[in-house]
Design a protein around this ligand. Structure first.
Ligand SMILES: NC(=O)c1ccc[n+]([C@@H]2O[C@H](COP(=O)([O-])OP(=O)(O)OC[C@H]3O[C@@H](n4cnc5c(N)ncnc54)[C@H](O)[C@@H]3O)[C@@H](O)[C@H]2O)c1
Length: 366
């Protein structure tokens, strides 16, 4: 029977895996994971915000399906993506005599997914890995595509791997426990997916903005499935970011990352930086004659309906420009810009004049 909750299938060099999203699907995880070959016991990695109620629910669902599950609870927050915590998890696994065929299950946001995935990729040279994302960023982005990493004091995600999960299971109901600001920043990533690759997704956002902010079950699930399918399609075509395809997902990220970095990751949530960055990229595209003012205005109106910021006050042009030169997407000294040609079609450009970037940032911070 076809799986009605299946959003997409990711294809990669080593095989494929299902990306599933549904309302309340955590309760079905026991049989679903058994089908994927997950054995007893399994090892849940979660964080202090997510354990209750979501981590506990996953544990109960697995146990009801005959899979005993141990839980490791990380302190919530980006600082947990560290060598120290990876080591603590390795030692916990060794203490429990974990074996090679037994799975690690990440239940949480992108921090939990990245760290648990890094541990799964390296412990005993790799153990099965399952993603149960509970934040929007993790559902529509981080859990799909197999990028796993930890941070170093010198920078984010500097040590990592490509390590694909056996399955991604997003229970949209878990989003109801996120705060409004966290919810909105998550929707920013999904709105971004629409602008770069799926004009009909942008229409859906425009029709249902308020219902999405209320996490209304049907429409939220539909939009998340669609957004997950976009990410799954992109990573299936460009598994290791060697083509100019996966980079399209970085729309809004050049300025967005710079804003996060120059405020020491303390002021803007990631999706808020992306929202402002999308407005910067739209202005650049308009100045280059790629899109009209109507597209810039359409994007701004939609972001504002989600209470997302579209400008950045309290930072200077110089502060924003400095981290941009250190961006991972810089190649041969030039930033690679993801710009719109129209709603639902993005391209990569390496020829954006520095003066235009400066003028755009000036407009955003004024
Ligand atoms: N691997 C990738 O491809 C990829 C892509 C994008 C981002 N990332 C990484 O993801 C991380 C950001 O992800 P994030 O925004 O999910 O951060 P996060 O994991 O820190 O989660 C944000 C906050 O929300 C809490 N939370 C998560 N789910 C919740 C729920 N359902 N209810 C209540 N609270 C909940 C968390 O405890 C945390 O406090 C970064 O480390 C980033 O580098 C990775």
């Amino acid at each position: 029977m076809p799986d009605v909750d299946l959003a997409a299938t990711v294809h990669h060099s080593g095989g494929s895996y299902p990306v599933v999203a549904g309302w309340g699907i955590i309760d079905q995880l026991g049989p679903r994971l058994k089908e994927l070959g997950v054995k007893s016991p399994a090892y849940i990695i979660t964080d202090s915000n997510v354990m209750n109620p979501h981590g506990r629910r996953v544990q109960r669902a697995l146990e009801a399906g005959g899979i005993a599950a141990h839980c490791f609870i990380l302190p919530a927050g980006e600082s947990s993506k560290s060598f120290e915590l990876a080591q603590a998890i390795y030692q916990w696994l060794v203490g429990l005599r974990a074996e090679r065929g037994q799975a690690i299950i990440a239940v949480g946001g992108g921090v939990v997914g990245d760290l648990a995935g890094f541990v799964a990729a390296t412990f005993l040279r790799g153990v099965p890995f399952i993603q149960v994302p509970t934040s929007m960023a993790a559902m529509v982005d981080a859990s799909i595509g197999g990028k796993v990493a930890i941070n170093l004091p010198q920078g984010k995600n500097l040590v990592g791997a490509f390590y694909q999960p056996r399955g991604v299971f997003a229970d949209v109901q878990t989003l109801a426990t996120l705060g409004r600001r966290e919810l909105a920043e998550g929707w920013a990533e999904a709105i971004k997916h629409g602008f770069i690759l799926d004009p009909a997704l942008v229409d859906l956002f425009e029709e249902h903005a308020e219902a999405l902010m209320e996490v209304s079950p049907e429409i939220s699930t539909e939009v998340i499935r669609r957004s997950m399918a976009i990410k799954a399609g992109v990573v299936s075509q460009d598994e290791r970011e060697t083509l100019d395809i996966r980079i399209l997902l970085n729309y809004g990220h050049t300025i967005g990352h710079a804003l996060e970095a120059c405020t020491e990751y303390g002021r803007f949530l990631h999706g808020e930086g992306v929202s402002i960055g999308m407005m910067g990229a739209a202005r650049i595209a308009r100045e280059l004659g790629m899109i009209g003012q109507d597209v810039v205005d359409r994007q701004r109106r939609l972001l504002e309906r989600f209470s997302l910021p579209v400008r950045a006050h309290g930072v200077t042009v110089e502060q924003v420009l400095r981290p941009m030169s250190l961006d991972k997407k810089v190649q041969g000294g030039a930033n690679r810009w993801v710009l719109l040609e129209r709603v639902g079609k993005a391209v990569v450009r390496r020829d954006v004049p520095r003066e235009l970037v400066e003028a755009t940032v000036r407009e955003l911070v004024s």
